[in-house]
Design a protein around this ligand. Structure first.
Ligand SMILES: [Zn+2]
Length: 411
């Protein structure tokens, strides 16, 4: 490489996953131009990672910004899944664009400063809330583009086939900037027709699909097989994901093996949502309560695209959350009895694997890739994951987008 190279950013002494030697990362026009030890050249911005772990910006495949931060309006969060849907339904008619924007921004800013740089937000559309939450998401997407790529997935949380107005709203949103479409057959009076219409809309608008699916621990029925069948019939392999799929936590190895083969064949991805799935499932058990989280690491071994994501933050579905994907991956590993030998696989579920599920191109720390980088306050991958290391700073498309200085002791 010539000596007189000028870059926009040189991030020096980065520890990359699996690498022994510290590397410099050079960025030009938002993309990684070179990676190597002690790179020659100068840069407009030069930063020393000091041997700390540098990861690509994290990927949250499933979150509900529109109904985050509702605890102050809704203290009673003990009604299970039905109670949570009903509680938010009551609040939803009073949502304004400004209110949704303000709460969404609070959660988004937390996620950004925890290292998230790609996010798929699910947004409820129905006659109660109309397009107000969707409008707020479009504004958030625009206003926070400096730090995060926000993908908007519109979906009918409370069913669709009972009221033609719901499909009209979905169609309008898809024409006005929604990135993809979701479905929620388990709340619809006619789940099969719900899936049929959602697939038809996705094909008509050429968008990906992400369903809320199989959100209980009853293995006697499931919509997963029908989703896989419809995915193949539509030719939508690789473009469909499902969230929750908690029934997969309630079946034996042989049944799980059959589902894994089916998912891999159909190219359907699965997202586990540990905080919500733990909080809402297994409530009828007084002792030895089941955990109710889909074992997505088993699915990944079978070639299925998987991720672990946030879902809800501080609302009746999940009265917890700080937007940290590292914490979410850590929780998943903990509850699945996965130790340091599996930490790397779990890290993939909030980075590379999640990017695959969302079909993000140019993801990862490689020459030519988008320069989305976070510097973690740790110099070892296993310690970073096990210790939920915080990011000290992040660069979105090569531009510094946040800092989060480490705590300092004052003796
Ligand atoms: Zn969800």
């Amino acid at each position: 490489m010539p000596q007189n190279q000028i870059f926009d950013l040189l991030l020096r002494n980065a520890r990359l996953r699996g690498g022994q030697t510290l590397q410099d990362i050079a960025v030009r026009q938002g993309r990684i131009a070179a990676i190597g030890p002690a790179l020659a050249g100068t840069a407009v911005v030069e930063e020393d990672a000091g041997g700390r772990l540098v990861l690509p910006g994290l990927v949250d495949t499933h979150i509900h910004l529109d109904k985050s931060c509702l605890l102050c309006r809704c203290r009673d969060a003990s009604g299970g899944l039905k109670g949570a849907i009903a509680a938010v339904s009551r609040l939803k008619r009073d949502f304004t664009i400004e209110d949704v924007y303000e709460r969404g921004a609070r959660t988004l800013e937390r996620a950004i400063t925890q290292g998230t740089m790609h996010m798929r937000t699910h947004v409820e559309l129905d006659p109660l809330v109309g397009l107000r939450s969707f409008e707020a998401m479009k504004r958030l997407k625009r206003d926070y583009a400096f730090a995060i790529d926000l993908s908007i997935c519109v979906f009918p949380q409370e069913g669709m086939t009972h009221d033609p107005a719901v499909e009209r709203l979905l169609t309008q949103a898809l024409a006005e900037g929604a990135d993809l479409l979701g479905g929620c057959p388990y709340t619809d009076a006619d789940p099969s027709l719900h899936m049929e219409r959602i697939f038809a809309l996705a094909v008509a608008h050429d968008v990906d699909l992400d369903f809320h699916l199989d959100f209980d621990l009853d293995p006697s029925w499931s919509h997963l097989e029908e989703i896989c069948r419809r995915t193949m019939a539509a030719g939508w392999q690789g473009r469909v994901a499902v969230g929750h799929a908690t029934k997969l936590a309630a079946i034996d190895d042989a049944a799980l093996g059959r589902v894994i083969a089916l998912l891999a064949d159909a190219g359907v991805g699965v997202t586990a949502l540990p905080t919500t799935d733990l909080y809402l499932n297994g409530r009828d058990a007084n002792h030895r309560a089941p955990r109710g989280v889909a074992p997505v690491h088993r699915l990944a071994e079978g070639g299925v695209a998987v991720s672990v994501a946030t879902n809800n933050v501080l609302n009746p579905f999940t009265p917890f959350g700080d937007g940290s994907l590292m914490r979410m991956g850590n929780l998943y590993a903990n509850l699945m009895h996965l130790g340091p030998e599996s930490f790397g696989d779990c890290l993939d579920m909030i980075s590379n694997g999640a990017a695959r599920l969302m079909r993000i191109t140019d993801y990862g720390i490689a020459v030519g890739g988008q320069a989305d980088l976070i510097v973690l306050d740790a110099d070892d991958e296993a310690e970073a994951f096990g210790g939920i290391a915080a990011p000290l700073m992040g660069f979105k498309r090569g531009r510094k987008s946040f800092v989060r200085p480490a705590a300092t002791l004052l003796r």
